[in-house]
Structures are given as C-alpha cells and as structure tokens.
Design a protein around this ligand. Structure first.
Ligand SMILES: Cc1cc2nc3c(=O)[nH]c(=O)nc-3n(C[C@H](O)[C@H](O)[C@H](O)COP(=O)(O)OP(=O)(O)OC[C@H]3O[C@@H](n4cnc5c(N)ncnc54)[C@H](O)[C@@H]3O)c2cc1C
Length: 611
C-alpha cells in the first residue's frame, strides 16, 4: 500500500548539505553566512567524520617555514603529484585559496602548532617541495572539526544527526528534495530544499584493507550518479603506503605520513633504506640521493633535497610492494617504519601522540623504541562526482558537491595534506555556488509523491523479503571481487571483477534484513550495498578502460604513463535503462599561465607572492 507523504516527517530548508565532515561543515557555514536556511544531515554523530581522523595536517603555502613557498609552487607540486591529470582550474583555485582558508580557521579559534617566532608551523609531507602542512601534532583533523563545529553551530545551521540520505528528488530536472531515514528509529524523513550540497566523503569500504571507517560506502557518489550527475576518473583510488598490518585485527588503520615527515625512514628485512632505489626520473631533481643529504634537508639545509620517503604516495606504496615481492618484506608482508632511531622519545610523543598511543594500545609496540610494521591500505578516492571548479555544481541543476566525494582536483594521485585544504576551499566555494543558484530560482519546486513512494519501496525492500541474501556476506563477496581492482591491476582481473559484479547483482536485488526497521544494523548494511556496488563497478570499468599506469592506477599489462592518455578523463553516468555508461573525454587544454607554472623550473617560481 502506498504511503501518504504527509505522514512522513518533513523539514524545509533553502539548502541541504549531506555530510558533516570538513567539506560539509565549511559549505554549511558559507550557506548560512549567505543568509540561506541551511540543513545539514549526517549519518553518524556530528563530529564523527573522516575529517576528524586526519592526522598529518592541511597543506597551504603560508610560507612560514620556508619563505620560498607560494601558491605557484603548491600548484606545481599538486599537478606533478597528480601526474598532470588534475582539473587545472580546481588545482589553481585550491592552491590560491588554501592559505586564506587556514588563516580564517585560525581566526575562528583553531590552535595550530607554532614556529619559534609564533607563526603557524608547517611540516614536510610527501610530494610537497617545502614544509607546507599546518598541523596540530598528529590530531589536525580533530582541531579542524572542533573549530568548524563550534563556529558552525553558532551560525544557525540545523543539524540532523544519525540520519542517512538515500535518494535525491527532482522537479523537472532540478533538485527539490532529499529522502532519508533516521538510523535509530528507522522512520523515514523528507527534506524539501532548493539545492543540495553533497559532502559524503569516500568509499573505502568496498575494499577489505582500508583506513576508512564504516560510513564510507560511496553514498554521495551513488546518489549523485543516480540523479544524473557524472563521475570522473574513478580508476584513481589511493593506497596509502603506511597502514598498520599487524595484528590482523587492526590491519589497514592509518599510520600518518607525518611519521616520515618528522624523519621516519622505511627499511626492508635486510635493514636497507630501500626508498633510495625507487626515485622516478620526474622527481630526481627534487629528491635526495644519499642519507646524508636527506638528513641535511630535515635539519633545514635549504640547498639539500627532500628524503625519498617523502616521494608521492603512489611511488612509496608500490616500492613497498616491490620489496615484498623480492622477498625482502617485513615479518607480516610489509616494511618497517623507523622513527625511534631518528628522534628522541619526548619529541616523538609530542609530535606524534596519536601514533604513539595507537601502536602501544593496538599492537603493543612502543614506537619510541621499536620499529613499526606497515603496508599499503586503501585510503582515499581521487575519482568522484564531476563538478564545475568555480561553483562546485554538478551536471544536475541544484546539485553541488565538495570534498572527497568529488573528483578531478587531485588527478591521478593526491598529495597528503591536500585533502584538508581541498575541503575548506571547495566547501567555501560550494556554499557560494549554492547561494547564487538559489537566488536565481524563479518558482517554488515540488516533490512528486510518486518519487517518494518509489524511494520508500526500495528502502523497505530488504525488510519485506521472506528470506534472502545476508548483507554482511554480500559485502564480503564484494570485497573479495575488489582484490582484482587493487593496487596493481590487469585486463583479465578487471574483466573478471566486472563480470563477477554483474553475476552478484541478482543477490543484491534479493538482499534480506531480518527484523523491523528500528535499531536494525542489518538493514543499515543492506541499504549501503547499492552505493558500494555502483562505486565498485565504476572503479573497475574505468580501470579497464585506462590502458596505462599513472599515479594510483597501475596496470601490469600497460606499464608506465602513455602520452595518449595524458589528457584523457574517463566520465561515467547512468543510462536510461539503469546500466553504466563510460566515455573518454579530452580534458580542456590549460590556459597558458597555468601550463607555464606546471611545467616550469622551480627557480622561476620561488620568492613569488604569497596569497
Ligand atoms: C585516518 C585518516 C587520516 C587522514 N589524514 C589526513 C591528513 O592528515 N591530511 C589530509 O589532507 N587528509 C587526510 N585524510 C583524508 C581526509 O581526512 C579526508 O579525505 C577528508 O576528511 C574527507 O572530508 P569530507 O568532508 O569530504 O568527508 P568526511 O569528513 O569523510 O565526512 C563525510 C560525512 O558524510 C556523512 N555521510 C556519508 N554518507 C552519508 C549519507 N548517506 N547520509 C548522510 N550523511 C552521510 C558522514 O557521516 C560524514 O559526516 C585522512 C583520512 C583518514 C581516514
């Protein structure tokens, strides 16, 4: 029997932000500041988002630790780290505005670590030419979230916690609402709105070994895709080189790059500092070729080049894999990360307090005395919802997106620290974009009760079955399939993954959750399976199409970057029959001034103007 939609609890907002991590909060603050009635939905409690877990810091060319830094060098590093596949405009906006967004956070009360003369301190990180990450020990995300929350709740934002958004609703092609449910009571809820800003973060849970927590099932990417938006470059999923690998129960938990930024080195089972053997040609001019030079760089010698442990994440992750393949891996199949022999215990506890406690409590390892064991873990999605850089609007009128759920900004590989600054810059721009859009809407938008009923029917499907597929087992099957879409890939493996996903679809349609909708984790899990399937298929299909190895995407059957792919983005959207459409598009040529910066010599950029 159809439900009368007037029975569904309904809220009215000018704009609804889905997700309350850094991107969602920054977007909501901007919307509210612009006078919009702003609602924010989050799947878990406010403050529980990946942003809070960020450890290392936020990249911005403040130039406090090395005054040669400026937005142009940051832009150049980001493009090189992304293997030149980044959307030019996004990388430009990010580099130009990151410093102001960090200063703004400071004005709102964020407390960052300081240099001896009182400026925000900046730490070195992989792929960044100069120490660039504003940080608060290794709890930077916590400080950012705390600041945004404290500031945001005083801006009049309406927060709807433990509420999962399931579907976007449209009126004549334009966004007009969001359908969701309260996770505790299972009751449905409707948000009438003129615009939606998607800020739901990543999709790490489709892989088994991941630094991501339970919320990251690709919901925003799927909702946007199902509403008609495009996904871009989904093949680029970042494997962070250093996740915990032992004991098994904590496999995947992140070991911040800050450990290497503070001087930590990677060793194989022969105690060799192997990263000196893996510097790619592109980075040779910037990378130390001896331990002595690396040490001089850490000691602040401006003429020295940075240590090879701070090469980009794709390079370090693959180097560890190669050591393991060559039989020189650590006891449990990774590498050793040693900070104990490089820094004294007090320094480690002060700069890396979370790492100290994490290893002590979870692995009974004292990192001030012992080496850590680490290996690659799925960490971040470079691919995601395609947006216009300046406004953050997707192809669907009224649908905006920002943060990790979007794609394009980081190209084929994200530099560490660039996500936290990305959230701040693009959250801010998405808020502005939504305001401009809402201001020019000429008529009230409607919600079609039929669409609500359809969304409700889909949602209760797993509860109305007599029996069927266990959502947890289906999740495991999906993660098994993704072993073929892992850090290294082949055509045969990707083809197999795509076929297996197709074969599994009838099981997805037959998914079953016992019990009622109240307090039902099985049902919650069942509802997150469609997003995971969509994202998994998108990643596998895009990875099969890209016949080269670039950044985070490594094809054993197509080694190395291929020139013909250097300017190609892979776009994905939903066909009218529900199937997935993939197409290759030529990325716009860069404007001359950006091409010049991206391919320039460093000397030409140093000492430029700080913005
Ligand atoms: C352990 C760890 C350490 C990291 N360290 C760093 C670092 O040092 N520097 C750096 O730059 N980056 C770092 N990153 C990456 C960075 O933290 C994330 O990319 C970033 O925080 C993502 O922010 P976001 O706002 O896009 O999404 P998130 O912070 O992930 O927030 C997503 C929000 O969406 C909500 N949500 C999801 N689905 C739904 C739904 N269906 N309905 C309602 N709400 C939903 C979630 O509940 C959450 O509120 C780290 C990541 C991890 C996991």
């Amino acid at each position: 029997m159809n439900m009368d939609i007037s029975e569904i609890q309904t809220f009215d907002h000018d704009v609804v932000v889905i997700g309350a991590g850094g991107a969602g909060l920054r977007a909501a603050i901007e919307c509210s500041a612009q006078g919009l009635n702003t609602g924010m939905i989050c799947k878990s409690l406010l403050g529980k988002a990946h942003t809070v877990m960020a450890e290392g810091g936020a990249a911005a060319s403040l130039g406090h630790t090395d005054e040669r830094d400026n937005w142009k060098v940051h832009f150049r590093d980001t493009m090189r780290g992304g293997k030149f596949l980044n959307q030019w405009r996004m990388a430009e906006l990010h580099a130009q505005h990151a410093a102001d967004r960090i200063r703004e956070l400071e004005e709102w009360g964020a407390v960052f670590d300081r240099t001896s003369d009182g400026y925000i301190n900046q730490r070195p990180f992989g792929g960044h030419r100069y120490p660039r990450l504003a940080h608060t020990g290794d709890r930077t995300g916590l400080e950012i979230i705390r600041t945004l929350q404290d500031y945001g709740i005083h801006q009049g934002i309406h927060v709807h916690q433990e509420c999962t958004a399931l579907k976007l609703l449209k009126d004549s092609g334009k966004i007009s609402g969001v359908f969701g449910y309260w996770r505790d009571t299972g009751r449905f809820v409707l948000f009438r709105t003129k615009a939606v800003i998607m800020a739901t973060g990543g999709a790490g849970k489709i892989w088994r070994v991941t630094s991501n927590s339970w919320e990251y099932t690709g919901d925003g990417m799927e909702m946007a895709y199902s509403a008609g938006a495009e996904l871009i470059d989904m093949e680029f999923a970042q494997f962070h080189p250093t996740g915990m690998i032992w004991p098994l129960s904590v496999r995947g938990i992140l070991v911040t790059e800050g450990v290497r930024g503070e001087g930590g080195i990677l060793l194989n089972s022969n105690n060799e500092r192997f990263m000196f053997n893996y510097t790619p040609d592109r980075f040779k001019e910037e990378t130390a070729d001896s331990p002595e030079e690396a040490q001089r760089w850490l000691d602040g010698d401006a003429s020295a080049r940075r240590p090879p442990e701070l090469l980009t994440r794709d390079v370090v992750a693959k180097s560890i894999m190669k050591e393991v393949e060559a039989g020189r891996g650590s006891a449990h199949g990774g590498a050793y990360l040693d900070i104990a022999s490089r820094r004294d215990g007090e320094y480690i506890k002060r700069k890396l307090p979370s790492m100290y406690h994490q290893f002590k409590e979870l692995a009974e390892v004292d990192i001030t005395n012992e080496r850590m064991e680490v290996g690659p873990t799925l960490h971040y999605m470079m691919g995601g919802i395609a947006v216009d850089g300046d406004t953050q609007m997707t192809a669907v009128p009224g649908l905006f997106a920002c943060g990790e759920c979007t794609g394009g900004m980081h190209g084929a590989n994200r530099l560490g620290g660039n996500s936290l600054s990305d959230l701040l810059v693009f959250g801010w721009l998405a808020g502005k974009g939504a305001k401009d859009y809402v201001s020019q809407l000429s008529r009230p938008l409607q919600i079609d009760p039929e669409h609500v009923e359809e969304a409700r029917r889909e949602a209760v499907g797993p509860l109305n079955q007599e029996g069927g597929e266990n959502p947890y087992l289906l999740h495991e099957e999906l993660q098994n399939i993704m072993n073929d879409v892992n850090i290294v890939r082949t055509a045969a493996g990707l083809q197999r993954a795509i076929e297996s996903l197709q074969e599994l679809k009838p099981k997805l349609a037959n998914i079953y959750a016992a019990g009622s909708s109240q307090y039902n984790p099985g049902w919650n899990q069942a509802l997150s399976m469609r997003p995971m399937f969509v994202v998994a298929e998108a990643v596998a299909r895009a990875a099969l199409i890209r016949e080269e190895s670039r950044g985070a995407h490594t094809r054993l059957d197509f080694e190395g970057e291929r020139e013909e792919w250097g300017n190609i983005n892979i776009m994905i959207c939903q066909n009218a029959d529900g199937s997935m459409d993939t197409r290759k598009v030529d990325r716009n040529a860069p404007p001359d001034h950006l091409a010049e910066i991206a391919y320039s010599n460093l000397e030409d950029l140093e000492g430029g103007v700080h913005v």
